[in-house]
Design a binder for this molecule. Structure first.
Ligand code: BDR
Ligand code: CA
Length: 330
């Protein structure tokens, strides 16, 4: 029987993103959900170049009427790979070419790694990190300031796939973009949840809900509708539904009960060739011949999302984003 009925204080979170249509959906949720306290946003090259990511992130926060949350520019390219954008999905400007205004807000005068360290260590309660982009900034943070792990509650990252990839047949875009960074993140020594493509692709907001959001007179709500309509998949031209994408990882922090996870060994394939960037998830019930013949390797245990309550997360998203005023302060 529950003994403590007091409302829980909001969870301090930091989003590291490559805004990005669905990263924008994630930001809108994080600033409007009453159970979350978005303390900083850091930007990294991914869906578009890093300066575009900074601009898009500031625009989204402004449109949402969010408090003055610090936003910092991070890595302009992965640790080893070159820049490989996803403009064919996210548009030339990375935001679906919706014609959004340039932001009046400006980024923090510190780099992403510095801001991450500062905000993590300054938080009165341990922070949950939500990377929705290639993990370059996170890897640089962990290598530069490993002491931050003492005030990280958990990392809930969008990336990887148990089954099928998108950037390649087996690799998901964020991990494929910077596999070495993901490998560093997975071995950080803090609890990690992998919100991979297996659940990411399933959480779709129905067309009538998207239409209602688009018709809203409130700018942040309307933006969510425009972004969802852009992303598809479009099953009915007159009434398109849209995927929450990265915003699902934020749902997983606000409402972990909506996600089914299993704690499993996960290894990133760093080898050149067709498996590079694959998250190899070991779902076997018992050791195989490799281990029996001395091939045992230490692999980090990750809480891998295998199932999601789609209706629950759609409802959570709509409730938060349509909430009059949200947590926003103009
Ligand atoms: C991931 O790649 C990007 O296109 C999305 O923003 C998401 O983070 C999905 O593979
Ligand atoms: Ca993203």
């Amino acid at each position: 029987m529950p003994t403590d009925q007091r409302p829980r204080p909001p969870v301090p979170v930091i989003i590291d993103c490559d805004t990005g249509i669905d990263d924008a959906l994630a930001l809108l949720l994080a600033v409007r959900h009453p159970g979350l306290d978005l303390r900083a946003v850091t930007c990294v090259a991914g869906n578009t170049d890093v300066d575009g990511v900074v601009r898009n992130t500031l625009t989204v926060l402004e449109q949402a009427g969010a408090p003055r949350i610090p936003v910092a520019r991070g890595a302009g390219r992965p640790l080893i790979e070159g820049v490989r954008t996803a403009r064919h999905v996210h548009g030339h400007d990375g935001m679906g070419d919706l014609g959004l205004p340039a932001p009046a807000r400006t980024p923090a005068d510190v780099d992403a790694v510095t801001l991450l360290r500062r905000e993590i260590l300054a938080s009165p309660r341990p922070v949950t990190l939500i990377p929705t982009a290639p993990a370059t900034n996170i890897a640089l943070l962990l290598r530069t300031h490993p002491e931050v792990t003492r005030n990280i509650e958990r990392i809930v990252f969008m990336g990887g796939a148990v089954a099928t990839g998108n950037a390649t047949p087996v690799a998901e875009f964020n991990v494929w973009h910077d596999p070495e960074a993901t490998a560093i993140m997975l071995t950080a020594g803090v609890p990690i949840t992998m919100y991979g493509l297996d659940v990411f692709q399933r959480v779709i907001v129905p067309g009538p809900d998207v239409r209602r959001l688009r018709a809203s007179t409130e700018p942040g709500t309307r933006l969510a509708g425009e972004l969802l309509a852009h992303r598809g998949p479009v099953t009915d031209e007159a009434d398109p539904g849209g995927g929450l994408g990265d915003a699902g990882a934020v749902c997983a922090v606000a409402d972990p009960e909506g996600l089914t996870t299993h704690r499993l060994p996960v290894e990133v394939s760093l080898a050149p060739g067709p498996t590079r960037g694959q998250t190899v998830v070991d779902r076997r019930a018992r050791p195989g011949e490799s281990e029996l013949h001395g091939g045992t390797r230490e692999q980090p245990l990750v809480d891998v999302a295998l199932d999601v309550d789609v209706a629950r997360y759609v409802d959570l998203y709509l409730t938060a984003v349509e909430r009059p005023g949200g947590r926003a302060t103009m």
